[in-house]
Ligand binder design. Structure first.
Ligand code: NAD
Length: 477
């Protein structure tokens, strides 16, 4: 494994102008790698390289680009073991989850590689004297600013549709987890992506990140991260009149009706709030349970949580450490706040006793009961393995509580009554609804937020539209 990384620009590593910073292993706090600290000059070099690469990438037949992306999918799978290990060392998650992220990344390039030659324009009937048609053209340089919770997965999620439609890219990964994005750029070159098409500039948000969104050569921005940073980036983009996709946070309800299969509820809802130690934007962190089955459901989840394993991600525990020291402080702060607000800790509530885990950012899976939806722990995104269990007594009340946050990213619905499933899904203010399986869906299903969870869509065929602009050509014949 490399211990030193530099920005990847124009097909090769280049020394960053800002010196270096370090990325640490969140399981023990040890330095994992030194990384070149990109500044505005490095971002500028990357954008210029991307601009130079644009014609050769956007002009050939889309099927040729598609073939290269399919090769990239294969190359990622060939390197799955090393990529998964690197991801786990950098962001802490269980190795099996990193393997899942590598496979998902491969699936993105496979899906969009296959879609590259299938995004047709339209002909528009204007009568015999005119010919009118639309063409989906790339924007040019797309700037990606990414978070630390699923680095490779999220890089591929945006790059798949962007590259398939003929755009070129500059990626600014999170400062805490830059390594797999840098490996991705190297492997893309190996797969046949020409130099300059995919550039990665690691660095801090206020330096490399800000320089990227402000760069006049960047014609489209795709941001995944917190609401506050998303709003800041949207303001910058508004000044430049550049389109933005914003994939932001969530506080997603997971609604259990009394007729649900409670074994499935317990299995899936556990994953819903503990996957990646709860650091998932669409995590189901507000468990709304009908009063008739509330105690039963809570007891099943408490039993599961009490038996959960916590360990460094390489040991494949149920929960690895949180990805960063700042996130550890934030989550443990919310654990204290919940108690102050009057919620009851049914399980967890702190850090594990095991002295071997003290140096890492480990937090126990925690379930709060007696939660009012107005409490801050129920309204604010904690981004850790923390579940707020809330009781309801009617379908109307469940929908009202579910919609009563600023967010609208995802929602779970558990019922064996098909009419209720559709009726409730229609009333939820949420970009995706999972019925009878939390996180149901895949790279094929469009993903994005309602309300403060963002706008634009990633994933699925829908994402292709967000990485292209429509040109209408009309001729008098
Ligand atoms: P963050 O907003 O702090 O950082 C995200 C990225 O923005 C990082 O690369 C950071 O360096 C960069 N950044 C920070 N300040 C910047 C600035 N002024 N200009 C340009 N870039 C800047 O978010 P985070 O804490 O890394 O990630 C967690 C958040 O991401 C959570 O809210 C989570 O819900 C959200 N998220 C959303 C999705 C989704 O698809 N909707 C997926 C994963 C995470």
């Amino acid at each position: 494994m490399h211990t030193s990384y530099q920005p990847f620009v124009d097909g090769e590593p280049v020394t960053a102008t800002g010196g270096t910073f370090v990325t640490r292993n969140p399981a023990d706090g040890e330095v994992l790698a030194e990384v070149g600290r990109g500044l505005a000059a490095d971002v500028d070099a990357a954008v210029r390289a991307a601009e130079r690469a644009l014609p050769a990438w956007s002009r050939p037949k889309p099927a040729e680009r598609g073939r290269i992306l399919l090769r990239l999918a294969a190359v990622l799978r060939e390197h799955a073991d090393e990529l998964a290990r690197l991801e786990t060392l950098d962001n802490g998650q269980a190795l099996v989850q990193s393997h899942g992220d590598v496979e998902t990344a491969a699936r993105y390039f496979e899906f969009y590689g296959g879609a590259a030659d299938k995004l047709h324009g339209e002909t528009i009937p204007l009568g015999a004297d005119y010919l009118s048609y639309t063409v989906n053209e790339p924007f040019g340089v797309v700037g990606f600013v990414l978070p630390w919770n699923a680095p490779l997965n999220q890089a591929a999620r945006g790059l798949g549709p962007a590259l398939a439609t003929g755009n070129v890219a500059v990626v600014k990964p999170a400062e805490d987890t830059p390594l797999t994005s840098l490996e991705l750029a190297r492997l893309a070159l190996e797969a046949g992506v020409p130099p300059g098409v995919l550039n990665v500039v690691p660095g801090y948000g206020h330096e490399a990140g800000a320089a990227l969104v402000e760069h006049p050569g960047v014609r489209k921005i795709a941001f995944t991260g917190s609401v506050d940073t998303g709003a800041l980036i949207a303001r910058t983009a508004a000044d430049r009149l550049v389109p933005v996709t914003l994939e932001l946070g969530g506080k997603s309800p997971n609604i259990v009706f009394p007729d649900a299969d409670l074994d499935a509820v317990a299995r899936s809802s556990w994953i819903g709030f503990t996957f990646k130690s709860g650091q998932v934007c669409s995590a189901g962190t507000r468990l709304l349970v009908h009063a008739d089955v509330y105690d039963d459901v809570v007891e099943r989840l408490v039993t599961r949580a009490a038996g959960a394993t916590l360990a460094p991600g390489l040991e494949n525990p149920d929960l690895g450490p949180l990805a960063t020291a700042a996130q550890f402080e934030k989550v443990t702060g919310y654990l204290e706040l919940g108690v102050e607000e009057g919620a009851k800790v049914a399980v967890g509530g702190g850090v594990p006793d095991d002295p071997a885990l003290r140096a890492g950012h480990f937090v126990q899976p925690t379930i709060f009961t007696e939660v009012e939806n107005s409490m801050r722990i129920a309204q604010e995104e904690i981004f850790g393995p923390v579940l707020c269990a809330i009781r309801f007594t009617s379908d109307e009340e469940a929908v009202r509580i579910a919609n009563d946050t600023r967010y609208g990213l995802a929602a779970g619905v558990w019922t064996t009554d098909l009419s209720r499933a559709h009726r409730v899904s229609a009333q939820l203010q949420s970009g995706q609804v999972f019925v009878n399986e939390y996180f149901a869906g895949g790279v094929e299903t469009p993903f994005g937020g309602f309300k403060s969870s963002g706008y634009g869509r990633e994933k699925g065929f829908e994402a292709l539209k967000h990485y292209t602009q429509t040109k209408t050509v009309t001729l008098r014949v």
